[in-house]
Design a binder for this molecule. Structure first.
Ligand code: PLP
Length: 426
């Protein structure tokens, strides 16, 4: 059947019933975007409980790297599930954990030896990185960037600075955390402001950075930004922690985004796409800083064997064509979206790499004021037309489909997006 296929305007009756039950019993903290109620997923297609078929350009927030329920990933999960579901990798050994750690060490940038700590999520990976950075350097200060999103547990939240509402009323957060602007201005602020007036660079444990800001608005930094941070870190014995939780595992058309700029992190943090949807994260650190002793850190579920099996199958698929597909289809998608700008002046910017593309919407006044209301209207209308999109930043729409998406699906998404803007008279 042709996709999208909208049988009944979403949310249909079954979806409405589930949304109502959900809202009665789940925490109001969840910030649901629109009332999509998923029944099944295949590749880049989602079927809702009322039988509508949607084209998925969210990938469950940049997670379903190999598409929904890829048969090879499902097979790996089933095979491992039949053997055993859990045995706590913090206390004992099993092959899928050793195998995945070995694979990740080979995959991560840098030919130096590395060690892996496995977690269940992005935020836990960042927590591990904060702890290792402080432990191994015996320094306390951490530097992050305005607009950054590193997670929501108290340690990672201390680094997060994309929206003040994420942080409000949760303090006090971690001490000794400093934020500077994202980009070259931030590099100057580090040297001219922080290191001169607030603390000595030899008190800084780590600089934590996203190679492309995700939640902050799909912001691509200037091409020399990461290299400049690398150089500052080297000069002062500061660890460079690169958060590739959203950008990693092929999303930007390379296995890791920092490879676009030839920068090798001391600590690489990954999660999201690593296991195609099973909860898993990994902190990959240089061996010589991985100095913590047995018992210093651990996790009951981190490195779950079923999630490890899913990750190994995911990596296989990524290496055998999906990273390449992200580069190719991503290039096509960006070109097609950029081509809409002349007709739709509300599109103030189209940016991104691979299948991590942001379209910023702004008013057509001289200040080009970000138009978050229009962004939300576009997401809702596109949903009703069968295209799933997500927002980020103040007024940006993100296009982050599964890496298995085809050119034809990308073309359909662009057509729906254009029709949505037209219908909203934009
Ligand atoms: N870091 C980045 C760059 C992210 O995009 C996210 C989630 O969106 C996180 C960390 C937190 O990951 P999680 O939601 O799995 O805790």
């Amino acid at each position: 059947m042709k996709v999208p296929h909208i049988k009944i305007k979403p949310p249909g009756p079954k979806a409405r019933e589930i949304v109502e039950r959900d809202q009665k019993y789940t925490a109001p903290a969840y910030g649901r975007v629109y009332p999509l109620v998923v029944k099944e997923g295949r590749g880049a297609v989602i079927e809702d409980v009322d039988g509508n078929l949607f084209l998925d350009f969210t990938a469950g927030i940049a997670v379903a790297a190999t598409g929904h329920s890829h048969p090879q990933v499902v097979r790996a999960i089933e095979e491992q599930a039949r053997k055993f579901l859990h045995f706590c990798g913090s206390d004992f050994y099993y092959e899928p954990m050793a195998g995945l750690a070995e694979r990740l060490c080979r995959l991560a940038p840098g030919s130096f030896p590395k060690k892996v700590f496995l977690t269940n999520s992005g935020t836990e990976t960042i927590e591990a990185a904060i702890k290792l950075a402080r432990y191994s350097t015996r320094r306390t200060h951490l530097i992050a960037f305005l607009g950054a999103f590193h997670g929501r547990t108290l340690g990672s939240l201390s680094l997060t600075a994309s929206r003040s509402s994420h942080r409000a009323h949760f303090g006090p957060l971690l001490p000794d955390v400093h934020h500077v602007p994202y980009g070259i201005e931030g590099v100057h602020a580090l040297e001219d402001k922080l290191f001169r007036h607030e603390m000595r660079p030899d008190e800084v444990a780590a600089i934590v950075v996203e190679p492309i800001q995700g939640e902050g608005g799909y912001v691509v930094p200037p091409s020399d930004f990461l290299a400049k941070l690398r150089e500052i870190c080297e000069r002062h014995g500061i660890l460079l922690v690169v958060d590739e939780i959203q950008t990693g595992f092929g999303r930007t058309g390379k296995m890791f985004a920092c490879e676009h700029w030839g920068v090798e992190p001391d600590i690489l943090c990954v999660a999201k796409g690593i296991a195609s949807g099973l909860p898993l994260g990994a902190m990959i650190a240089r061996s010589d800083i991985s100095s913590w002793t047995p018992g210093t850190h651990g996790s009951t579920f981190g490195g779950n064997p079923v999630a490890c099996a899913a990750a190994l199958a995911t990596i296989e698929l990524l290496e055998n064509g999906l990273v390449q597909n992200a580069a190719e289809v991503g290039g096509y998608l960006k070109k097609r979206l950029s081509g809409l700008k002349a007709k739709h002046p509300v599109m103030s910017d189209v940016r991104g790499l691979g299948l991590m593309i942001g379209v910023e919407l702004a008013k057509t006044d001289s200040a080009r004021t970000p138009d978050s209301r229009l962004r939300d209207q576009v997401m809702r209308k596109a949903f009703e037309k069968g295209l799933l999109l997500l927002g980020c930043g103040e007024s940006t729409i993100r296009f982050c489909p599964p890496l298995i998406v085809t050119k034809a699906e990308a073309a359909t998404a662009v057509d729906i997006f254009a029709a949505t803007l037209k219908e909203l008279k934009q």
